[in-house]
Design a protein around this ligand. Sequence first.
Ligand code: PRP
Ligand code: URA
Length: 208
Amino acid sequence: MKNLTIIDHPLIKRDLTVLRDRRTNNHLFRTTLRRIASVMAFQVTHDLKLRRCTVRTPLENTRGYILADDIVIVPVLRAGLGLVEGFLDFLPEARVGHVGLYRNEQTLQPVDYYSKFPRSLGGSLVLLLDPMLATGGSGSAALTFLKKKGARRIRFVTLLAAPAGVRKVTLDHPDVRVFSCVLDRRLNSRGYILPGLGDAGDRIFGTD
Ligand code: PRP
Ligand code: URA
């Protein structure tokens, strides 16, 4: 699928298996998600531009590097919160925004209830985080929010995607690259990803 990059890594495959397993408790789910997020952050940022600088070691000056881009991480509440710490482990300088959306269980349409973004998103690289891309309604709405707030360079980072969600997001936002650890088979009649991992928010926060 155009615009979709699958993050393929043995450590991700192993951790995804733990996350899919119905026996995995909330604590293990959270710690595994955080670890997988670090590997995702590493892969999603592999092509970031650098600026040269000079660093003084205890012995002499030498060449160093800083990230050229201002990075903004935006988790989609709630489940996106499970990815934030893993991303901040690799991107401690990032600023963090939030967008709150939930799916109406009957219509599957996203309902927004909160948003707060750092100032001046226009020059930043924005990483939108949500572990689940199912119908794509929430992801597409979050991207529209970000663009209204001025974001111009956005990457959408998800753990598990369904083909329908990737199609919707890339149709609505052809300028956005989507990164996912896996492309699952399909959605069931209630809009859940198959084989999936269930309700990510409930499994992170123990609300199931
Ligand atoms: C989940 C998930 C996504 C959305 C994906 O959130 O975190 O935001 O569903 O589904 P979609 O692609 O069909 O829109 P949910 O609505 O369960 O809210 P929660 O994170 O607060 O539990
Ligand atoms: N949201 C989830 O948390 N899981 C799914 O399978 C679909 C949407």
